[in-house]
Design a protein. Structure first.
Length: 145
């Protein structure tokens, strides 16, 4: 697939089929998680606000302010809509935004971490490892062969 159609198509097919592009022992599966639909409700506005600039600092207070809700109300409505907490959702969006950068660029991990809003490469590596069950460097290596 990679030889005939290129690495982007091969990586997309691998994700769709829930298989790694190259089989190596102990490697996690890489599946794209769909982003919840973002429409014009208060929680959707807050989600849009985050997605418009992943590099900005995000707090529950800021999200609630954008949504025009109290913090407690926002957390409750957000959890009902997404099944997760606001900050976990933000981390997941930042990780998702890092994947194409790891797959298609040679940018250092430090630059990618900053480009998707992590305060430090250490924080990025920590969250990436918890989410993807591999390191950013190992992910890059698997998807850039």
């Amino acid at each position: 697939m990679r030889r005939d159609h290129g690495p982007s198509v091969a990586n997309a097919v691998a994700r769709r089929l829930v298989v790694p592009p190259h089989r190596e022992g102990g490697q996690a599966q890489f599946v794209e998680a769909p982003v919840a639909a973002v429409d014009d409700d208060p929680v959707g506005r807050a989600m849009d606000w985050v997605l418009a600039d992943l590099t900005r600092p995000v707090t529950v207070a800021a999200l609630a302010r954008v949504a025009g809700m109290s913090e407690r109300g926002f957390i409750r409505h957000f959890g009902r809509r997404t099944g997760t907490s606001p900050l976990r959702w933000v981390i997941a969006q930042r990780i998702a935004a890092s994947l194409p950068l790891l797959e298609t660029t040679a940018a250092p991990i430090e630059e990618i971490a900053a480009a998707v809003g992590f305060e430090s490469p250490v924080t990025f590596r920590h969250h990436f490892g918890r989410s993807m069950r591999t390191s950013p460097s190992a992910y890059r290596k698997a998807f850039r062969r």
